[in-house]
Design a protein around this ligand. Structure first.
Ligand code: AMP
Ligand code: GLY
Length: 424
């Protein structure tokens, strides 16, 4: 079969790389893709949000399965439009994807179905929100209702900071309409983990556990980014915690969505805070994480295509997914200045030297070709991923690979995976 992957990041590169290995697949396309993806898929110059042109392309090429990477096309209803056209697509409908695209919807769903999460209130006016901040006292977390490219949640340690953030979101319009409603929630302490499941709306197949590193700087300091690195498995998720995540969070959420008439098909991403063995939901996302996909997909032993097909065709209960025992670690190399302003077009040298390294996979995010060379073209540039027998081995291998391309022009964290070591 022919498969189209929608998106252009490290997550989509990992998906194309894995899908390309399936004996069921004769061709992989990626829209729009990037320089690295073009090694594993034919890149097509159509934006991920240009749904009507994607439909035309899929029909013209006879593509039998489309896999959506990022959240924006899902929130715009790509799955609904493809389904209307009788085209097979992996991902949730617009209404099901509201679990990510509306924090208010997600929080209300959790309240209604008693799914453990931070205490919260919703605000439609700046004045009411400020009154609340003065009453409850920081630390607290202000969250824009809509999609804000990972920047919509701000942890506020002082009253002034909270009011400043509320002003920017609700009156300054920094996130446009997405910030006109906000959720203010209790600050949760603990350790974060990411938990993913494949689901067809009834059957659930969990992926392995993982942890992202959202903050820019070592020791989880500095501003939040899309993710500076990840590792899998995440030992903070003990077997007891795993059971609680499934019983108290994942199963009730999938059932709740079905009961609400929003049957969820695709990958559900649960962002968790874990304290004293008790998991609580920080957020849901309607897709694979980036860079979590890079570590999870490199650990996946089974062919991914039958699983994607089973989700689309609502027969996931027949699928068994096998995982490698090895640990995986991904170090993100980013343009200096990210998540703020940064330069593009800087040549990335040394990529060839990594090709011969066993158990090292370099997934590209913001890269492009320029005069036959690979250059930077975005904030996050490369996801250098390595498999090892243990997390320390995978960390060592990932950083050995990073050192071969590190000429000082890209920034990366030096402590990816370190948090796992205290459990070993
Ligand atoms: P979200 O977009 O809701 O996942 O928030 C982004 C990041 O903000 C999370 O990964 C956490 O690091 C932090 N965060 C969000 N909500 C809370 C909370 N209630 N307590 C503490 N930290 C939070
Ligand atoms: N790694 C965080 C995200 O994909 O949203």
């Amino acid at each position: 079969m022919k498969v189209l992957v929608v998106g252009s990041g490290g997550r989509e590169h990992a998906l194309c790389w894995k899908i390309r290995q399936s004996p069921l697949v004769e061709a992989v396309y990626c829209a729009p893709g990037n320089a690295g993806i073009s090694k594993h898929a034919e890149c097509v110059n159509i934006k991920a949000t240009d749904i009507e042109n994607l439909i035309r392309f899929v029909k013209a090429e006879g593509i039998e399965l489309t896999v959506v990477g990022p959240e924006l096309p899902l929130a715009l209803g790509i799955v609904d439009r493809f389904t209307e056209e009788k085209l097979r697509i992996f991902g949730p409908t617009r209404l099901a994807a509201e679990i990510e695209s509306s924090k208010v919807f997600a929080k209300n769903l959790m309240r209604k179905y008693k799914i453990p999460t931070a205490f919260f209130s919703t605000f439609y006016s700046f004045e009411d929100a400020v009154r609340w901040v003065k009453e409850v006292k920081p630390p607290l977390v202000v969250k824009a209702d809509g999609l804000a490219a990972g920047k919509g949640a701000v942890v506020c340690h002082t009253e002034e900071e909270a009011i400043e953030v509320l002003d920017a979101m609700m009156r300054g319009g920094i996130f446009g309409d997405a910030g006109s409603r906000v959720v203010i929630e209790e600050f949760l302490e603990g350790e974060e983990a990411s938990f993913f499941v494949f689901t067809d709306g009834e059957a659930i197949v969990p992926l392995e556990t993982s942890q992202d590193h959202k903050a820019l700087l070592d020791g989880d300091q500095g501003p939040n980014t899309g993710g500076m690195g990840a590792y899998s498995p995440a030992p903070v998720v003990t077997p007891e915690v795993y059971k609680k995540i499934m019983d108290q969070i994942v199963v009730p959420t999938i059932n709740a969505l079905r009961e609400e008439g929003r049957r969820y098909k695709g990958v559900l991403y649960v962002g968790l805070m874990i304290k004293d063995g008790e998991p609580k939901v920080l957020e849901f996302n309607s897709r694979f994480g980036d860079p979590e996909a890079q570590v999870l997909i490199t650990r996946m032993k089974s062919d991914i295509v039958p699983v994607l097909n089973a989700v689309v065709d609502e027969r996931l209960s027949e699928e068994i997914v096998e995982w490698k025992n090895e640990a995986s670690v991904c170090v993100v190399m980013a343009s200096r200045g990210y998540p703020g302003d940064y330069k593009k077009g800087i040549e990335i040298k040394g990529l060839e030297s990594l090709e011969a390294m066993e158990n090292v996979f370099v997934f590209h995010s913001g890269t492009a070709f320029s005069n036959g060379k690979i250059v930077t073209d975005g904030g996050r540039v490369l996801s250098v991923t390595a498999l090892g027998k243990t997390i320390p081995e995978a960390i060592y291998l990932a950083y050995s690979a990073v050192s071969k391309i590190d000429d000082g022009s890209l920034y990366y964290r030096k402590d990816i995976g370190k948090k796992a070591l205290k459990y070993l």
